[in-house]
Design a protein around this ligand. Structure first.
Ligand code: NAP
Length: 411
């Protein structure tokens, strides 16, 4: 049965209870989790199976998946000024998931030339295949959401300057506000600022930390240290300034606030709304709401009358202080948001919808790779052919893939 739910939250309980079927399709909507949670809670349905796409957006069926690839160019653009030639091996971050011709899981794929990154011979193709989406996500989060200017690093992009110099009507309506007003000039992240990464073991975090370090940011990485601590603190390219264990989130927040003296203004979460909410409390904010509901959950000792939380600043102080900025890759908290913390989603479609942005990102990525300034994530396994992909997904479902990515090799 194909179920399309337009307004899950408004469904009457009886309507939901009347459903006795297996949900199989039409996912990619964050409200899915609300529906599934409700159905599970009522225990009133025969079976609920997760959507087949592990919650990735599938706009229509039948569908071709695969969001990043490395391949050899067999038909290059004819324009004389293109970087791309026949025979080049290119990385393609296929962020345009609505265009099935661009999907990775097929023998031939197409890509816009401004979305193709030439892979240096020194980097194995399998490693190149897992860099693209993490690179695009990381640089847009840093360059647009946090306003980092990369122009002093290998002639990198100043993305805010690019998007603010083009005709606003060309920017997709749903990300226009983020591009034009998401962060003020004074608030932009710069050398020496703290960046807290929650979920620092993920692939996107791997790339983001390298780019942030190039820009001189100081990185605090929150991870399961039992699982990832040694690997992350041994690997020079991704070694943070401070590694914090995520096991006790309140303690992690307390450590970050103490280490930064409550000055960390930038946060990047790779996990979800709950961890983004923890991260929010680790960022600088003068608003009382930014403090935990119960300060004792943070402190190593019980608060006394003398240690009561600092009262909120006056509105005047709030308006003149630079805000903090929290970027959520998979969601941001919805409630208890302090006035002086701005929440952001990554405007990923800039990459494939605005050629100036795509070209600037790809050309810079090529230079970083060629100079060894950016290392792709780890390949932690491979599967053979399209027929190996389902088995690979099963391994991911069993949590067997950690610290990098599986690569499907198509011959
Ligand atoms: N909004 C955007 O534009 C955008 C862009 C890129 C990515 N994303 C999303 O951001 C998140 C992070 O992306 P990523 O590529 O950096 O992540 P990733 O490297 O693929 O995985 C991140 C971590 O998730 C855990 N994990 C692995 N398999 C899992 C499973 N089956 N169930 C639950 N957890 C599992 C692993 O943690 P352990 O190693 O500790 O087990 C892994 O290190 C993903 O949800 C992705 O879909 C969003």
């Amino acid at each position: 049965m194909h179920l399309r739910i337009s307004e899950p939250s408004s469904m009457a309980a009886d309507d939901v209870r009347a459903m006795r079927f297996t949900i199989t399709a039409n996912s990619g909507d964050e409200r899915w989790s609300d529906v599934l949670n409700y159905l599970r809670a009522t225990q009133d349905i025969a079976q609920v199976s997760l959507p087949p796409d592990f919650n990735f957006g599938i706009p229509s069926l039948p569908y071709i998946s695969g969001r990043e690839l490395v391949g050899t160019v067999v038909q290059a653009p004819t324009a004389s000024n293109t970087r791309i030639r026949n025979g080049d091996v290119v990385i393609v971050p296929s962020t345009d998931y609505r265009d099935l011709r661009k999907a990775a899981f097929q023998e031939y794929s197409i890509a816009s030339s401004f979305n193709a990154i030439r892979l240096p011979h020194s980097i194995p193709q399998a490693q190149g295949a897992i860099l693209g989406v993490s690179f695009v996500s990381a640089i847009l989060a840093l360059g647009i959401n946090m306003g980092v200017d990369f122009s002093s690093i290998e002639n990198g992009p100043d993305l805010l300057a690019i998007v603010r110099s083009i005709d606003p009507s060309r920017l997709p309506a749903d990300i226009r506000n983020e591009c034009l007003d998401g962060i003020t000039t004074e608030e932009r992240a710069k050398q020496g600022d703290f960046l807290v990464v929650w979920g620092g073991s993920s692939t996107c975090a791997h790339t983001l930390k390298q780019l942030a370090r190039l820009a001189g940011l100081r990185i605090i990485s929150v991870v399961d240290t039992a699982k990832h601590g040694l690997r992350l603190s041994s690997a020079e390219p991704v070694r943070p300034d401070l590694l914090v264990d995520a096991h006790d989130p309140a303690r992690a927040v307390a450590i970050i606030r103490a280490a930064t003296k409550n000055t960390a203004r930038f946060g990047f979460d790779t996990q979800g709304k709950d961890t983004a909410a923890h991260l929010l409390r680790a960022l600088a904010s003068k608003t009382l709401d930014a403090l935990p509901e119960d300060e004792s959950t943070f402190a190593s000792t019980k608060p006394t009358a003398e240690r009561l939380p600092t009262p909120p600043s006056t509105p005047h102080e709030i308006s003149t202080s630079p805000r903090s900025h929290l970027v959520g890759l998979t969601g941001v908290p919805k409630t208890n948001i302090p006035e002086d913390v701005a929440l952001h989603n990554v405007p990923i479609k800039l990459f494939h919808e605005i050629p100036e942005v795509g070209e600037a990102l790809c050309a810079w990525c090529e230079r970083l790779l060629a100079k060894g300034l950016l290392l792709p994530p780890e390949v932690v396994g491979t599967v053979e052919g399209l027929e190996g992909i389902n088995g690979g997904l099963e391994r991911m479902r069993r949590r067997e893939v950690s610290g990098g990515r599986l690569v499907a090799v198509l011959r």
